[in-house]
Design a binder for this molecule. Structure first.
Ligand SMILES: Cc1cc2nc3c(=O)[nH]c(=O)nc-3n(C[C@H](O)[C@H](O)[C@H](O)COP(=O)(O)OP(=O)(O)OC[C@H]3O[C@@H](n4cnc5c(N)ncnc54)[C@H](O)[C@@H]3O)c2cc1C
Length: 425
């Protein structure tokens, strides 16, 4: 038995059936699914809004709802579709857009997304705890029964019968059992929204080369994204969403994060100056917002009962124990500035197995989104937000059905509830 060493200052514990940690795609889907199963649910999020990387790190596109290629097939439904429907009801375009890579994305307005998610969790009766971070976990005989939470008013406990780790970087699994995780480092990226651009001027990627050369000449530094970065025109504003700054992030200690955040911000400002000088239409460009925080792909991962393997992707493997589909190729960012793809045959999809949601430690703990078990290459596919909705949905159902049971819910029960809730299996 491990004990939480910190006091909770006399605040009463919040008791729920299912506690979901992390309000990103996976956590929202898990919370909605568990609530729809009739469970009381706490959704715990460190920031003051939901959306995870889409809103926390300004990643303005959902990947993975569709397969790649000329005839995209939708592979994620269920709670992910509920979010798209909620956005569409607000007048947000949710039709997929083709990329030159052959992939399809759904472009996002983070502000409308925040509101759409608020409405969904409120309608579902979920107790949403914003500005609240889980800082420790208490367990007995392998059952995680209490999460110690920190909010601006101090510390308090959430007691739950099932817990979903949807923290994006396996933060809860690492608290519960540090030995169950291993490092998996991907480059981190600071996103930016660049406004006050003359968008009537056509955007020519060749001009970015001049900006990169100007940046290197002025600063003496090499821009890791030597192609100048990834720019997407935002149809609802006079601006672009840009991913142009990559930095190393070996771990999530405050020292590493502080260095990386400051380094990335400095690069963004310097490179913006080069964009103003060299790219037609950018002379008055402004950095409207970066982040708000650095986009962290991964610094650690969890060993699960059945990790997704790159072979699953390369063979487009269908399986009887599938609880979600992934139709996004393997997209890796092993070092700053480097993006590598490995493709699913015939622009198809493959199944994520039920065991990928089940960690080796913590008998009532479930993995969701980018916390699921996957080898380093398969992770490059299953981490994207479309797939995170699907695995979060499955984790929420499994957590709800397992509440108070001696055993984890059976595969057949989970699959059948997922289908009832509109999932695409
Ligand atoms: C730079 C970058 C670009 C990307 N580009 C795309 C893209 O274009 N499209 C796409 O689909 N995917 C993209 N991805 C991948 C994708 O964003 C993530 O893999 C995905 O968001 C994972 O979803 P999630 O719900 O599992 O976790 P996240 O979105 O990471 O959400 C986790 C949430 O948990 C919260 N949290 C963490 N720890 C705690 C705690 N202890 N207590 C309380 N709350 C906590 C965090 O604040 C966060 O809100 C990108 C990722 C990065 C970093």
């Amino acid at each position: 038995m491990s004990q939480v060493p910190l006091p909770s200052r006399g605040r009463p514990a919040l008791r729920v059936d299912v506690a979901v940690v992390g309000g990103g795609a996976a956590g929202v889907a898990a919370a909605l699914a568990a609530a729809e199963c009739g469970r009381s649910v706490a959704l715990i999020e460190g920031y003051g809004f939901l959306g995870g990387t889409a809103t926390v790190a300004g990643v303005q596109s959902y990947c993975g709802f569709y397969t790649s290629g000329a005839e995209p097939e939708q592979v994620v439904g269920g709670m992910g579709q509920r979010v798209l429907d909620s956005l569409a009801a607000m007048g947000h375009e949710v039709a997929p857009l083709a990329q030159s890579s052959g992939n399809w994305i759904i472009l996002l307005d983070p502000e409308r997304l925040k509101l759409a998610l608020d409405r969904l969790v409120q309608q579902a009766g979920i107790q949403t705890l914003l500005h609240c971070r889980v800082v420790a976990a208490e367990q007995q005989n392998g059952v995680v029964h209490t999460l110690l939470c920190s909010d601006p008013d101090g510390l308090f406990r959430v007691e739950a019968r099932s817990v979903v780790d949807a923290s994006g970087n396996a933060n809860i699994a690492a608290l519960v059992s540090p030995g169950s995780t291993r490092p998996r480092v991907q480059a981190a990226t600071l996103t930016a929204r660049i406004t006050s651009v003359d968008t009537a001027r056509s955007f020519d990627r060749n001009d970015l080369q001049a900006a990169v050369a100007d940046y290197q000449r002025r600063t003496g530094q090499t821009l890791a994204r030597s192609n100048g970065g990834f720019f997407v025109r935002l149809p609802w504003s006079q601006g672009y969403w840009a991913m142009m700054v990559d930095v190393d992030l070996p771990d999530c200690t405050t020292q590493a994060l502080s260095r990386a955040e400051m380094e990335a911000r400095a690069i963004a400002h310097d490179y913006l100056e080069s964009l103003r000088r060299k790219v037609p239409g950018f002379a008055s460009a402004q950095l409207e917002v970066t982040g708000p925080q650095l986009g962290i792909r991964s610094t650690r991962c969890v060993r699960s009962q059945q990790d997704v393997r790159i072979g699953d992707l390369l063979e487009a493997r269908r399986r009887a124990d599938g609880i979600a589909r992934s139709g996004w190729p393997c997209e890796l960012h092993p070092y700053p500035g480097v993006t590598e793809y490995r493709w699913i045959p015939d622009s198809g999809w493959f199944h994520v197995p039920y065991g990928a949601l089940i960690p080796l430690d913590g008998s009532n703990l479930w993995l969701a989104g980018s916390c699921i078990g996957a080898d380093d290459e398969a992770f490059g596919s299953v981490r994207v937000m479309g797939c995170a909705f699907a695995t979060g949905h499955a984790a929420g159902v499994a957590a709800a059905l397992s509440c108070g049971q001696a055993q984890r819910a059976s595969l057949s029960a989970v699959r059948s509830t997922l289908l009832q809730q509109g999932a695409i299996l």
